[in-house]
Design a binder for this molecule. Structure first.
Ligand code: ZN
Length: 294
């Protein structure tokens, strides 16, 4: 085994397979020797101190302006909804990390929806604008009764978590036997991610902490009684300026950004060509007594 560089014991445990054998990868990331999962080790205390998901996150942080991207984001979400309904056409749906409620607003035509997000401003806006029920707070601390949802959705959420295992364990508990989890996350196994290596556009801790592949996500879901029944690399619609900002900085990309900005093209909606996200639908076993004890 390669030397374990993570000194804090809690941070050195792989959230997917619980192995403590890992090696440094690049840019502060570490990789599990056993299952290949990649993560950025950071303590909860440090994350709390950084307070990444305050209002600025949606307006000038990771998103230049989340609300101006509404049209593009809704397009991606409609595709997700269409796929989800092939498995679960209706019922009770929870979205973990619902932001401003764009997905919930589309889903409410078919599902009885509720969303939860750590950003209280986003939750209030979603509630007032779309009349959907939202809860502001930490999903792990939230008291839902178990086995009540037909579908639990996590869109662009897992990659932001230091302990995705705790989230998957909890969401699995909340899903009815035979119900579905729907996860959209970044895919380090995608061709573009593999070609980009250390320069992959999605590597930016402390926002992105967990870097899944199809294989590691399947392992984690299975640990908590969720079995993949469908997956694809979905088309992602975003505004061009957001895609440009995520590319690695070079004189060429800076020049290109400025030129596109001047022409006004930069705020156009586009289908992101990289296909480095993954959408996974997993079904909860009918006979799981409790999550994680299959
Ligand atoms: Zn592992």
């Amino acid at each position: 085994m390669a030397g374990n560089t993570v000194r804090d014991e809690a941070l050195s445990v792989c959230a997917v397979c619980l192995s403590v054998d890992n090696h440094p990868l690049y840019r502060g990331l570490v990789q599990c020797e056993s299952c290949g999962f990649v993560w950025f080790p950071v303590s909860t205390a440090d994350l709390n101190r950084l307070n990444v998901y305050r209002d600025e996150y949606f307006h000038g942080g990771s998103y230049p302006d989340y609300l101006t991207e509404e049209h593009a984001l809704r397009r991606s979400f409609r595709d997700v909804l269409h796929t989800v309904r092939r498995f679960a056409p209706s019922g009770k749906l929870l979205e973990v990390g619902c932001a401003y409620g764009f997905f919930l607003d589309s889903a409410k035509a078919y599902f009885d929806v509720v969303g939860i997000d750590v950003n209280s401003t986003a939750c209030t806006v979603a509630q007032e604008r779309f009349g959907v029920r939202t809860i502001a707070g930490d999903f792990l601390a939230c008291d839902f009764s178990k086995s009540q949802f037909d579908v639990v959705v996590c869109l662009a959420t897992l990659e932001h978590l230091a302990r995705p295992d705790l989230y998957v364990e909890k969401l699995s508990r909340l899903i009815k036997p035979g119900g579905y989890s729907v996860c959209w996350t970044i895919d380090r196994d995608a061709l573009f991610a593999r070609l980009s290596g250390r320069f992959w556009r999605y590597i930016y801790p402390p926002e992105h902490l967990s870097y899944f592949s199809h294989q590691t996500l399947a392992l984690l879901l299975k640990r908590f009684g969720l079995h993949i029944c469908f997956w694809k690399r979905p088309f992602n619609y975003r505004n061009l300026d957001v895609v440009m900002r995520k590319l690695s900085k070079s004189r060429f990309t800076e020049w290109l950004y400025t030129a596109l900005d001047r022409s006004g093209v930069i705020r156009r909606e586009m289908r992101v060509p990289f296909r480095d996200d993954i959408l996974v639908i997993a079904r909860k076993s009918l006979h799981v007594m409790d999550a994680g004890r299959e």
